[in-house]
Design a protein around this ligand. Structure first.
Ligand code: 5CA
Ligand code: ZN
Length: 409
């Protein structure tokens, strides 16, 4: 699949700091130590209702990760998937009487437009589940042949007990895992499974649903977790730096994915850090396609909201906190954008070298975007009130805000 165009990232003087980030698996902050090419996999959308503010907030967090790395003069190898065949997508297509491929294509196209407008850096590889199927089938066969997967009425399940590290991503107890598995696409109640948590790797063809050649597995379609594992192993390999997504993916998705990959390769870990963004809510409930309480990026754009203001609204919350989208959040961002634009439009200004370092330090410190905004606010306030004599300062601030926060002033 093609991704979307990259906006230019200005180079800043000096060098950024290494990223210290909260890792779900260890439950603490770790200093990442990527090589010259940092590797990141971020779980993409299931394209049936794109792009709401929750999605945008999560992708914003991982865009910041990349901007911090780029500022340390590393290259970034970024991979993202599109779950373009899965139960919820097929159910929505049936509900609305439309072709599921058209639905997926339309929503993926809209997502690309939204990501471009928000200046999110594009993945180097943007891969759909459907196009990944030829790579998924042999992985499931390998797991089965190694005794890590078993058949149940034609479907193939992964046996979680074959991974000694199972549970080490989310660190949940058995009861919590069981509840979340039922809520998030698993089938813990299905009779005949070795362990109720075992996730499906390959679903045998169902009447009226799309299916693909599964070689010795028979016709069917892939399970959800193996999709991301196949894509990540193909394009990044084991031990990549960051596995990212919203906190609703920690269990079961990232837990199961790590286990699949660790059993397949015999190596550990799948990723150096598992990084999770908080959930954005509307009217007191998590924004979700299934609930339908959504604020869309595209709707705001069509209403004339500047994408830079949407981006500032996302940045005004720490990526790990759960927060509520309100009109006030957006109004504050519009106002802040105005203040910043006025400040960088003055012909000369207050020296900004210290500000560059403050923004760098804030982001390197577990992506503390609110602290970065506060630093720019302080500069802008003084600049608007007093100005200065440093000719290069407004340009430097503008480039800093663009390079590190993805906001074009
Ligand atoms: N296709 C899978 C991942 S492989 C999926 O979860 N798709 S999704 O469309 O449901 O979500 C896409 C991304 O947005 C995921 O990282 C998910 O965790 C995140 N996300 C979904 N809802 C919210 C929300 N309300 N707040 C923050 N992030 C969210
Ligand atoms: Zn995923």
């Amino acid at each position: 699949m093609h991704a979307w165009p990259a906006s230019e990232v200005p180079a800043l003087p000096g060098k950024g700091r290494d990223l210290r980030i909260h890792d779900t698996a260890t439950g603490g902050r770790i200093t990442l130590d990527p090589g010259p090419v940092a590797r990141i996999y971020v779980c993409g959308i299931t394209p049936y209702d794109a792009t709401h503010m929750g999605h945008a907030a999560t992708y914003n967090a991982f865009d910041l990760v990349q901007r911090v790395w780029l500022d340390t003069k590393r290259q970034v190898h970024y991979v993202q998937n599109v779950t373009d065949v899965d139960d919820p997508l097929l159910e929505r297509a049936v509900r609305d009487g439309q072709d599921w491929t058209e639905l997926a294509e339309r929503e993926t196209a809209l997502f690309r437009e939204d990501m471009t407008a928000l200046r999110m850096l594009p993945p180097k590889h943007y891969i759909g589940a459907v196009e990944a199927i030829p790579g998924i089938v042999p992985l499931v066969e390998r797991l089965r042949d190694a005794g890590a997967a078993y058949e149940l009425d034609g479907d193939v399940y992964f046996s979680v007990e074959t991974d000694p590290h199972f549970g080490g991503v989310s660190n949940l107890d058995a009861e919590a895992m069981r509840l979340l598995s039922a809520e998030r696409g698993g089938d813990p109640e299905r009779p005949g499974k070795k362990n109720p948590l075992d996730p499906m790797l390959w679903m045998a063809a169902r009447e009226g649903e799309p299916s693909w050649d599964g070689a010795s597995l028979g016709p069917g379609r892939p399970g959800w977790h193996i999709e991301c594992v196949a894509i990540a192993l193909d394009h990044l390999g084991m031990g990549f730096d960051v596995q990212g997504g919203g906190s609703d993916l920690a269990f079961p998705h990232h837990e199961m994915g790590a286990s699949h990959a660790q059993v397949l390769t015999g190596e550990y870990p799948f990723a150096q850090a598992y990084v999770h963004a908080g959930m954005v809510a509307l009217d007191g409930e998590k924004m979700s396609k299934s609930r339908g309480n959504l604020v869309f990026v595209s709707k705001l754009r069509h209403d004339g909201v500047d994408p830079a203001a949407i981006r500032l609204a996302l940045l005004s919350h720490h990526y790990r906190s759960d927060w509520e989208w309100t009109d006030q959040v957006l109004a504050d961002a519009v106002e802040r954008l105005g203040r910043w634009r006025a400040a960088v439009s003055r012909p000369d200004g207050l020296p900004a070298e210290a500000l560059v370092e403050e923004v760098r330090e804030a982001l390197a410190d577990d992506l503390d975007a609110p602290a970065a905004l506060a630093a720019v606010d302080r500069w802008a306030e003084r600049q608007n009130a007093e100005g200065g004599t440093d000719e290069g300062a407004p340009g430097l601030v503008s480039r800093t805000v663009d390079a590190l926060l993805g906001v074009a002033l």
